[in-house]
Design a protein around this ligand. Structure first.
Ligand SMILES: [Fe+2]
Length: 138
């Protein structure tokens, strides 16, 4: 499946959040660029492990910054993040049963969720957060 190509339109205007988003996109791209010969047994588990780690770290940071600066739609972000955490957990459970293939619908979900989340949902806080003092702009 074609990988996600990062460009400036993905920037939410805050360096640390852009870096974390890039890191998450890179991990998802590792899954999307499945090698011709397929994954070996541990690869998928390792990638999903990385994804889980980076996603949890990122959601905590993003929600923390939004809360700290009094973002009015924090609950919308939290609800979205909660939905993704649940899906990711069930994907991880599924990969334990059959760990050499990631189902195409799961790949599509990961790709579409993140592209939509960054470009639509996260972009809504860009004007709010990028104008706050003390945050390094990207
Ligand atoms: Fe978010």
């Amino acid at each position: 499946m074609e990988k996600i190509i990062w460009d400036d339109s993905f920037s939410v205007g805050v360096e640390v959040l852009d870096q974390q988003h890039r890191q998450i996109v890179e991990v998802i791209n590792r899954l999307l660029e499945e090698p011709q010969e397929g994954f070996d047994a541990d690869q998928i588990a390792r990638i999903l492990d990385d994804l889980t780690k980076f996603v949890h770290l990122h959601f905590r940071m993003e929600e923390g910054l939004l809360a700290q600066h009094g973002y009015p739609d924090l609950q919308v972000q939290q609800a979205e993040h909660r939905e993704f955490r649940v899906e990711l957990a069930s994907l991880c459970m599924g990969s334990m049963k059959n760990h050499t293939v990631v189902p195409i619908n799961a790949l599509l979900y990961l790709k579409e969720w993140w592209v939509d989340h960054i470009l639509v949902k996260d972009m809504q806080y860009r004007p709010f957060l990028s104008s706050r003092p003390g945050l390094l702009p990207s």
